[in-house]
Write a protein of this length. Structure first.
Length: 263
């Protein structure tokens, strides 16, 4: 039975007039506004360098925002950054670090443990439950670097869930994995979606943008368009975000996007 919320009391995530960046690039993103309801699955689209990862890092407090506000489940972000589970890009992780799968997922419970506290049996049971939730319970004693790309991503989804969060940010979760791994990750995300987990998924894959997501957020330093896929996914908005000329073709249930950036 689905636990998705259809009449939310307050937004899961509200961002207003957000500007954030890094040293030397103060406003990598600016004037970012959007509201996400509990249980929605939102696709974050945009070209390389559009600020998708910057937005995620600002939302979870890894970089400061210089302007605007972020509200998580109705709370100011300064007290609720840790209410968001973040699954970073594959390339940003040191896979040689000598920790087991179980240890990695326990890292997601630091907020619940306290900085210097040791995990109790209750915490280890919670970790095992999260691994079972993503289909990785049988690998819990493996060193993280011994896993395949798809398995590693599922472990990091479990780590994010171990925070006891109901909001997930996933930065390119399908990048660099084979078809089988992509299917396994998709099955996990589909299950979480039907459990009512709010998800924002950054992706370069435009082929399923109109069928997989409740809403699309099209970003290029600022929000180009946000809303239901049929409104956002148009040649004009895509051309504004990606530059050049964009062609959209429908072949059965598949969507084919052709970009001419020099057009």
């Amino acid at each position: 039975m689905s636990t998705k919320q259809t009449t939310p009391h307050c937004p899961a995530l509200r961002v207003e007039n957000l500007a954030a960046g890094y040293q030397g690039v103060r406003n990598a993103i600016h004037d970012v506004n959007f509201t996400i309801s509990p249980g929605e699955r939102v696709g974050l689209l945009g070209p390389n360098g559009a600020g998708k990862s910057t937005l995620f890092k600002a939302l979870v407090g890894l970089i400061p925002h210089h302007q605007g506000s972020i509200s998580v489940n109705g709370e100011d972000c300064r007290s609720s950054h840790n209410l968001i589970g973040y699954v970073p890009q594959y390339d940003n992780i040191d896979w040689t670090f000598p920790v087991t799968v179980r240890d990695v997922v326990m890292m997601g419970r630091v907020r619940l443990l306290g900085l210097f506290a040791w995990p109790t049996p209750r915490h280890w049971r919670a970790v095992d439950a999260m691994l079972d939730r993503v289909g990785m319970a049988d690998f819990r004693q493996r060193q993280i670097g011994q896993l395949s790309g798809g398995q590693r991503r599922r472990v990091f989804i479990a780590r994010a869930l171990a925070q006891e969060t109901n909001i997930l940010l996933l930065d390119e979760p399908f990048s660099g994995v084979d078809v089988k791994a992509e299917q396994e990750i998709t099955m996990v995300l589909e299950r979480l979606y039907h459990e009512g987990i709010t998800m924002v998924i950054a992706t370069h894959d435009l082929s399923n943008a109109t069928t997989y997501y409740d809403k699309l957020l099209l970003l290029n330093q600022t929000v180009i368009a946000y809303g239901e896929p049929d409104i956002v996914f148009t040649p004009d908005t895509l051309a504004t975000a990606y530059g050049g000329r964009i062609g959209i073709f429908h072949e059965g249930r598949e969507t084919i996007v052709v970009a001419d950036e020099h057009g």
